[in-house]
Every structure is written in structure tokens, then in C-alpha cells.
Ligand binder design. Sequence first.
Ligand code: ATP
Length: 234
Amino acid sequence: MLKLDNISVYYGAIHALKGISVEVKEGEIVTLIGANGAGKSTTLRTISGLLKPRAGQILFEGKNIAGLPAQDIVKMGISQVPEGRRIFANMTVLENLELGAYTRKDSAGIAADLEKVFARFPRLAERRSQIAGTLSGGEQQMLAIGRALMSRPRLLLLDEPSMGLAPLLVKEIFAIIKEINASGTTILLVEQNAHMALSIAHQAYVLETGRITLAGKAADLAQSEAVRKAYLGG
Ligand code: ATP
């Protein structure tokens, strides 16, 4: 479904991604793990069109999407949940969700998807008129995921969904990610919580200072000595 081929990204003179290749097959959860500053967010931001690669191709269902405007990429079926959630704090829950559908015009489909999001996240349904900035951290993460689902993505990009959440909520969010995948959405998940990410993913990549250093089945990586030492606390 998605293939990154030898992608290089720079911030000015800083070479943030040094030729990375990643593949996401339809139906999978693929995770990208790595330390702070490894380039995980940069990878997602490049796929979603917020950054332009200097070299390499990004094939989505066979088409090269590298460098296309972000809204075109959303329309093609890719949606990103940004790091730190970035919800619209002064707007209501409902308004945030409606904004997630900004590239769509099928109002009946939008209404149906809104009901699906409320069914998946009952806590958002109860709070549909609440100002989003007053939601708890976990609720804001649910809203950010719900907003991304409103564009009806076939590929969902998740950037550190566990960040800043208490362990119980992390479990809840990961269970939701698994459910979204089981209902047909392919997922590329960036995480610092390698333990949780490897436990739900099918395939995994380890990113270190802009390079992929390990790749394979998530279950195999979870067993590997190098991953255990560096990312799973020995
Ligand atoms: P984290 O988990 O801390 O978010 P990450 O793996 O997502 O880390 P990136 O945010 O992708 O890492 O950053 C990769 C590298 O690019 C880092 O060295 C970072 O300092 C640099 N970088 C990121 N954004 C910018 C920017 N806007 N300008 C300059 N350098 C940047």
C-alpha cells in the first residue's frame, strides 16, 4: 500500500532522514520505533506532505506522492494524528470532528462517520459540546484520532499516541488502535513506547539518527537482543 524508497529529508543543512526505505502492506499495523530525535516524526510529516523529501520516492498504491500538497494526500486516503494531538482548543468536540472532514463534500457520509466516531468513543459523544481544550489528555488523544478518522483514511499515521498518558489510558488507546486496524484501516504507528508498539504491530522498523537499523516482524524484534537492550529496558 505504502512504500518509502530511499527517502532523504533535510531541515536546512541538517540531514534528518538519510535514505530510509519502509513498506506498509494493506491491513497491517507497522511501527517505527526509535529514540528522541531519530527522525520518526519527520518520516510521518514527509508522508503526509508537510515536508518535501530532497530525494527518494513515496509510493501510495503505486503513485508517487512525494511533494504533493498535504490536502491532496488527505484526499487520497492518508490521514495523520500529529504528535501532541494539536486539537483546536477553543472549539467544541463536534467542531473539531467536523473539521476532520474538511476535504469531503458528501454530507450524508460525513454524518454517518460522525456517528461511527461517537460509537467508538462514547466519551466524546457525551462531551460533543465541550470546549476541546478542557478535555483530559486521554480524551484529547481520542479526539485527535476521531478527527483523523473523519477524513475516512485507508492509511492512518499515528505520532506518539501514548505521549503523556497514564499507563491505563495508554492501554485503552492501544486497544482502540487495534480495533481501528481490525475494522480495515492500515496503520503506521510512531512510538517511543516500544514495548506497547511492538505488542500490537505486525511489522516494525528501528530508526536511529535518520537511518533504519533493524526491520522485521514486530514479534521477532521484541525478542531481539539489540532491541531489548536499547528500547525495552534490558
Ligand atoms: P521525538 O520522539 O523527540 O519527536 P523523532 O524521532 O520524532 O523524535 P524528529 O522530530 O523527526 O525526531 O527529528 C529528527 C531530527 O531533525 C532531530 O535531530 C531534530 O532536531 C531535527 N529537526 C526536527 N524538526 C526540525 C526543524 N523544524 N528544524 C530543524 N531541525 C529539525
